[in-house]
Design a protein around this ligand. Structure first.
Ligand code: GLN
Length: 191
């Protein structure tokens, strides 16, 4: 059976995620309305501007719907998506979906607040691989709860976390040709 994965398309970088999911043999659906969540196997919350996406979640009535979706199916957030999923997004303009027990600070990865690309070693269900990581005004994860696995770090800072089945990524895996992180997410789908 071909899985259909949703990509929240309220604002931000959703097109590249859809392309990557399709390249991995999934169907990908842009999610703008509550009805778009129907029959999805998983959901991606893309990068963009977390304060804007947070407002749009309320306007579109998707906030409640995404929260209840996440009780049964996996969600992966990249960059702004991670901020929205974090228990503590550290900015009162961002209302959290509270899917990951992490505290983050917006726009503050390491000493570099601007964009850069760097190789990062990732734990991929028992395998290890080095993937290129594109950081764009990325959030820093500075607190990780006991249920959260850190699957990649840079300079000791977590940049990829999983609280099974959900994943949060400080960088943008959809902006390279490396599909490892999307494949890892697809491995969490119920079979
Ligand atoms: N700085 C953005 C925010 O806080 C996130 C950046 C991104 O998604 N590339 O929402």
């Amino acid at each position: 059976m071909v899985n259909t994965i949703g990509v929240l398309a309220l604002q931000g970088d959703f097109t590249r995620h859809r392309e990557m999911l399709v390249s991995l043999g999934c169907r990908a659906r842009a999610v703008r309305y509550v009805s778009d969540l129907e029959d999805l196997a998983g959901l991606v919350i893309p990068g963009g501007e977390s304060t804007t996406i947070s407002k749009q979640l309320d306007r579109s009535h998707l906030r409640e719907a995404v929260s209840s979706f996440a009780r049964e199916r996996p969600v992966m957030g990249t960059c702004a998506g991670l901020i929205l999923m974090a228990r503590e997004p550290s900015d009162n303009r961002v209302k959290s979906l509270n899917l990951l027990d992490v505290a983050i600070t917006r726009n503050s990865w390491g000493r570099q607040v601007h964009s850069f690309t760097t190789p990062v070693k990732v734990q991929l269900n028992g395998r290890h691989d080095t993937v290129p990581a594109v950081f764009i005004r990325a959030p820093r994860i500075h607190e990780v709860g006991p249920e959260v696995e850190v699957l990649a770090r840079i300079e000791d800072e977590p940049v990829l976390v999983r609280q099974f089945p959900h994943m949060g990524i400080a960088f943008h895996p959809e902006l390279t040709n490396d599909t490892s992180i999307h494949r890892l997410f697809l491995e969490a789908l119920p079979s």
